[in-house]
Write a protein that binds this ligand. Structure first.
Ligand code: BGC
Length: 373
């Protein structure tokens, strides 16, 4: 009996270890397969199409490399992220490419890597409040926000146009950069009366301020955050429309922080009988959102070519392993240090240039969509 209990215990322990372990994708380049890994990649979640795009692009770059690479997903958990980093460090990685779940919480994970002599590259999202960071590979996130703001401005005439603001997760430094960019463009048009903010008392109170401090942005983002969560975006939009009057609706303008949340928010606005027309932003050019753009259900999406970002990050890693200093073109302050960064430009996609931006560039195939002209 004792033996059976002991066996059961071992079984349970093994199972639970497996359950709390990382979400794993083992991918290798052409290097020797002796169990060691040269480059470790940690991505935030498989549950958002954005990060599956990155995974796919990494896989094609990895196929061309002579090094062994392993990609792990953190599934929205900073604890899993830390385990992933520790696992990769134990496998002897020389470079860690990490897109953090939570900018500040990730500091302790990268410190573990740094102490083991690993070069750390922050991928897409800047890890904050740590010196244990060597490089940052990113899109121009301020430009992403500015493109969103500009799209709304370009499509507004007259005054008093209802404006609904939404933001990403406050734990993601990018949410601040996107909002900052959008505010750069929208604020003058809020101050001159073109737009009237309908869903944020915090933003309204700061409407005359062209530049916001981090604390002021925190206050606004705290009110209008979607946490990058489709359901949270949906319920927030529902609550906003429930408390808005018919006069706050009609032709409306919506700053949505990314494609996933844009589709949720757009569906809510589309279903409201008092909303006659809406303009809504997005980013990532996720397949579902590109279809929404073609169908006129989402107005625009910002295309962030993950092929470039993945290639930049891998090239950086290869340079580091080869003893070369990677090329960078700017720096980002993470609250403690200026991190050397390589920045990639973005492209605005609307119904008018879907073909040119996404099909002609071979990012997607026309057969993945319906109604494409
Ligand atoms: C990325 C976006 C993404 C969002 C939610 C941000 O850090 O830059 O592309 O939509 O996270 O995952």
């Amino acid at each position: 009996m004792k033996k059976v209990i002991a066996l059961l215990l071992v079984l349970i322990m093994t199972m639970s270890l497996g359950a709390c372990g990382k979400e794993e994708t083992q991918t290798s380049g052409g290097g020797d397969k002796t169990g060691t890994v040269d480059v470790g990649i940690v991505l935030p979640t498989k549950d958002e199409p954005r990060w599956l795009q990155d995974q796919e692009r990494f896989e094609s770059v990895i196929a061309d490399t002579d090094y062994t690479v392993e990609v792990l997903f953190s599934q929205g958990s900073s604890a899993t992220e830390k385990t992933n980093v520790e696992t990769l460090v134990a496998k002897g990685i020389k470079v860690l490419i990490i897109c953090a779940q939570d900018a500040a919480a990730a500091a302790s994970s990268v410190e573990v890597a740094k102490e083991a002599g690993v070069t750390v590259i922050s991928y897409d999202r800047l890890i904050t409040d740590t010196e244990a960071l060597d490089y940052y590979v990113t899109f121009d996130s301020i430009a992403v926000g500015e493109a969103m703001g500009q799209y709304l401005v370009d499509n507004a005439t007259g005054s008093g146009n209802p404006l609904y603001l939404y933001a990403g997760a406050a734990t993601d430094n990018n949410a601040f950069l996107f909002f900052e960019g959008a505010w750069n463009i929208l604020q003058p048009k809020i101050a001159d009366g073109t737009f009237a903010i309908k869903n944020s008392s915090e933003a309204l109170a700061l409407a005359n301020q062209p530049t916001l401090t981090r604390e002021q942005m925190s206050a606004i983002i705290g009110q209008i955050t979607t946490n990058w969560d489709f359901n949270e975006a949906k319920s927030k939009a529902e609550a906003h429309l429930t408390s808005a009057t018919a006069a706050d609706k009609g032709k409306v303008y919506i700053l949505a922080p990314n494609d996933g949340t844009a589709r949720s928010i757009a569906d809510v606005f589309a279903a409201d009988a008092d909303v006659s027309e809406y303009f809504i932003t997005g980013q990532d050019s996720e397949i579902a959102s590109v279809q929404y753009v073609i169908d006129g259900k989402q107005s625009m999406t910002v295309f962030k070519d993950t092929r470039t970002l993945a290639a930049d990050a891998m090239n950086m890693a290869v340079d580091v392993i080869g003893g070369k200093t990677p090329a960078t073109d700017t720096t980002y302050n993470n609250g403690v240090i200026d991190v050397k960064a390589k920045q990639t430009p973005i492209v605005v996609v609307t119904k008018d240039n879907v073909n040119e931006a996404l099909i002609d560039s071979s990012y997607y195939e026309a057969s993945q969509f319906t109604g494409l002209e």
